[in-house]
Design a protein around this ligand. Structure first.
Ligand code: 9Z3
Length: 358
């Protein structure tokens, strides 16, 4: 199916009125090569999206709205997919957590705390000809991470694609999905990124930094939108200026992904809530609305300890067992990924055996 045949006016308008990332054609070629190479080697390919998207309030962006996500879910999941033999396209918010380096980059330790000095003490009492080594306490764990990282690097099984804004995320998602179409249901989408639901349309976007102070007497700003047109405006309240933001809804791209961009792939989305009473309802609603394979629900406060898989058969909770004394808690992704892989295999074999086979 060609995506353009089912594109809604909203979707078309979004892509027509926003600029694609300038390096999109080059990235597209890189993704194509990556997908083809791994498919030829008999590997499945998963797109893992990770981190939050931003919504700029100004063209020359000083202020923006962000979505919560450190990238832990995505980066950790990517590691377990690589362990399970998948090639991973890691579509992530720039500077959020990355597979492997996540163990050191965002820890409460400074990375220098993992290191110690080793060497000879010179005559002046200072270290002379010394070396920097990993602190013995961290050596075994770091060696394990290093070996996995090297394996991914040597096999070129991890492709990093950064985004910042919701627009760059959507252009990249569409492009990668189109390239992954060639591997049919060997493609898996694991959408853990926290994607903005609202945006500022380009025709209502301020060019320059929105001013909170008094500008009377200042030279006129080139490209300024009249207050009536701008999506973000300041209003005098008497007790100071108020910022009023009027955002449009982002078109429902998950629907486009399922129906047009990657109709044969297995698609998994995440649903984040804070109110436990509505989590299951919202997961079922998403499944009903987009008709994809699986929604993984999680609550902000317990996301590292429990998630719920919701599909058309029902729901299944996955919980991290309590750690015994002195033991480290296991990562919930070490339970999520094997379950996802199992379900992907079922989807792939069902298609093989189905009426369309052959
Ligand atoms: C998630 O629910 C992720 O699991 C988290 C991961 C963002 C909670 P961290 O990166 O957090 O480990 O800190 N992602 C989906 C979030 C989202 O915005 N989903 C939309 C929704 O819930 C649908 S695409 O409506």
């Amino acid at each position: 199916m060609n995506s353009s045949t089912i594109a809604s006016p909203d979707e078309n308008e979004y892509f027509e009125t926003h600029s694609a990332p300038p390096n999109l054609p080059e990235l597209s070629r890189i993704v194509q090569g990556f997908v083809l190479r791994h498919h030829a080697a008999g590997r499945h390919v998963v797109l893992v999206s990770s981190g939050g998207t931003t919504v700029p309030l100004e063209n020359q962006t000083v202020r923006f709205i962000d979505n919560f996500s450190a990238g832990t879910r995505g980066a950790t999941s990517a590691e377990y997919f690589l362990e399970a033999g998948y090639a991973v396209v890691f579509l992530h918010r720039q500077f959020s957590l990355l597979p492997y380096s996540r163990h050191y980059s965002h820890s409460t330790n400074c990375f220098l705390d993992y290191l110690s000095e080793w060497g000879r003490i010179g005559e002046d009492g200072n270290q002379a000809g010394g070396d920097v080594v990993v602190h013995s306490k961290y050596r075994a764990q770091m060696l394990d991470v290093l070996r996995k990282y090297r394996r991914a690097k040597e096999g070129r099984t991890l492709l990093l694609l950064p985004f910042t804004t919701v627009t760059s995320y959507l252009f990249l998602l569409r492009e990668v999905a189109m390239q992954m179409q060639m591997i049919g249901n060997g493609a898996l989408f694991y959408l853990a990124a926290a994607v903005s639901d609202f945006f500022v349309p380009p025709d209502r976007m301020a060019e320059h930094k929105i001013q909170s102070g008094d500008l009377s007497g200042a030279p006129e700003t080139e490209g300024a939108k009249p207050a009536t047109q701008a999506a973000a405006t300041t209003k005098e309240t008497g007790a100071g200026k108020k910022l009023v933001i009027d955002l449009d809804p982002v078109p429902k791209f998950l629907k486009r992904l399922v129906e047009g961009w990657a109709p044969e792939a297995m698609i998994i989305s995440f649903k984040l809530e804070t109110d436990p009473n509505i989590l299951l309802y919202k997961c079922r609603q998403a499944l009903e609305r987009y008709r994809h394979h699986l929604v993984i629900g999680n609550l902000l406060s317990t996301r590292k300890f429990e998630v719920v898989f919701v599909d058309k058969e029902g729901e299944q909770w996955i919980r991290v067992p309590e750690a015994k004394d002195g033991e480290e808690q296991i990562e919930i992704e070490s339970l999520i990924i094997p379950e996802v892989v199992k379900r992907h295999e079922i989807v792939m074999s069902a298609k093989k055996d189905g009426p369309m086979a052959g």
